[in-house]
Design a binder for this molecule. Structure first.
Ligand SMILES: *[C@@H]1O[C@H](CO)[C@@H](O)[C@H](O)[C@H]1NC(C)=O
Ligand SMILES: *[C@@H]1O[C@H](CO)[C@@H](O)[C@H](O)[C@H]1NC(C)=O
Ligand SMILES: *[C@@H]1O[C@H](CO)[C@@H](O)[C@H](O)[C@H]1NC(C)=O
Length: 406
């Protein structure tokens, strides 16, 4: 077991390097849909994409896509034109929300919501800055904390200005949930601009290791000093690709079923998927994933494991911590200051976030409305947007939650 895990860890490292060089440009071959951008995917489904650009307080220029209905609909609609932000996970971007015809994004548009797709700093559509070059270390010097205190509020303010609304709804998968929690904890005044937040598979507490973190933990436990060395390797200001399943899954991007090695790696990172796999969705996802990320995003999560699993702020080391936070070790985010309604979705076979950590997180949210465990034995971290049952197991319920706040 241990040696299998070690092999997988090594493979991940090697293939992660390959992924770094992967996008763009897109490789040739396969169905054109496999390599389409967010706007093309939206157009391909018969909706109208609108591109927007948001400037953050610290100078990042973020690409934002609005999804407009096929044709203007007769009023009134159930969603009443309420703006909804859909946020993506780490090493991903807005493409994850438009990979499929029955995606949450399109379902919400059909119901009369005003849907906006977010792209956090560093992702493909958000690699510009007013002064910094994408090639500089300074550009990549961030963790998900900065997306929480800068990106998310800038996007919320922008959308509220454009739509003339006082408040909106947010839906976040994985890192986007973390980002929303950081925003509401750090800038509680934003609770009044958020009608409700839906968070799916939220990584915030890391008391338990699972999948990749468990393997890393097991290996590093045998080498007491290696843990800190490993963390030092992970530079806050570096550009990383997510550990990719390439080359095992690469062929899936070209329209072939996943090989056993692909399945092994995917199950390891994301958990056991809902079966049968919907090959079409899996292939489109594989063609679009992974996306670049910053070393700081991984480092911040890794630090939280090492510090005992609480939802800590970034650890800069004792001196800078003292200067920034007034304490030698980083403080935890104050989740009790979140006052807008929160709905939490999670699943049992998620290998990225342990289900018990999500249950513990839910207990810390004072404005929790509902903790929703996805029905069924297997449903993994990315099944939230690639499983063929995502609509009935997740989106249908999310829609009911959102409709309560329009
Ligand atoms: C990254 O940010 C930290 C904290 O603000 C700062 O101390 C460091 O000098 C920055 N590094 C680069 C390369 O910008
Ligand atoms: C994937 O799921 C969708 C929605 O349930 C379905 O329409 C499609 O036929 C499925 N495709 C495959 C190859 O399973
Ligand atoms: C956390 O926020 C709550 C509510 O705003 C406040 O009462 C409490 O003092 C805060 N705790 C810390 C440690 O700042």
């Amino acid at each position: 077991m241990a040696s299998r895990r070690l092999c997988v860890a090594i493979l991940l490292l090697v293939t992660g390097t390959a992924a770094y060089f992967r996008r763009p440009p897109y490789p040739k071959g396969g169905r054109p849909e496999l390599w389409m951008s967010t706007s093309k995917l939206i157009t391909g489904r018969g909706y109208r994409p609108e591109s927007h650009e948001v400037r953050t307080a610290d100078g990042y220029l973020l690409g934002l896509q609005r999804v407009a209905a096929r044709r203007p609909r007769p009023e009134p609609t159930r969603g009443r034109g309420t703006p909804v932000l859909l946020g993506h996970g780490m090493a991903s971007n807005s493409e994850q929300w438009v990979l499929r015809g029955d995606s949450l994004a399109f379902a919400l548009v059909d119901l009369g919501f005003d849907v906006w797709l977010v792209n956090y700093r560093g992702s493909f559509y958000s690699r510009r800055h007013i002064t910094l070059s994408e090639k500089s270390a300074q550009f990549w010097n961030f963790s998900w904390h900065e997306s929480g205190v800068h990106d998310q509020p800038a996007i919320i303010d922008y959308v509220l200005t454009v739509t003339g609304r006082p408040a909106l709804l947010t839906v976040g998968h994985s890192m986007s949930s973390t980002v929303q929690l950081v925003l509401l904890a750090e800038r509680p005044e934003y609770s009044s601009k958020v009608l409700a937040s839906v968070i799916m598979a939220p990584p915030a507490l890391f008391h338990r290791t699972v999948g990749f973190s468990e393997a890393a933990d097991r290996v590093l436990r045998h080498f007491p000093h290696a843990r800190d060395t490993a963390l030092r390797f992970l530079k806050r200001d570096s550009t990383l690709a997510a550990p990719s399943s390439i080359p095992f899954c690469y062929m899936s991007g070209l329209g072939k079923p996943p090989s056993p090695s692909c399945t092994l790696v995917m199950d390891f990172i994301f958990g056991e998927p809902f079966m049968p796999l919907n090959l079409t969705y899996f292939q489109i996802f594989m063609a679009h994933w992974p996306e670049k990320a910053s070393g700081g995003q991984y480092l911040h999560s890794a630090q939280n494991f090492r510090l005992g699993g609480n939802f800590y702020k970034f650890d800069y080391g004792p001196f800078k911590n003292k200067e920034l936070y007034g304490s030698v070790s980083p403080p935890v985010y104050n989740l009790s200051s979140i006052s807008s309604p929160t709905y939490v979705y999670y699943s049992m076979t998620d290998n990225t976030v342990h289900y018990k950590d999500v249950e513990d997180l839910a207990k810390l949210l004072p404005s929790l409305k509902r903790l929703h465990r996805v029905f069924g034995d297997t449903f993994n971290h990315v099944d939230f947007f690639i499983s063929s049952v995502a609509y009935e197991r997740v989106y249908m319920h999310v829609i009911q939650d959102l409709l309560r706040h329009v």
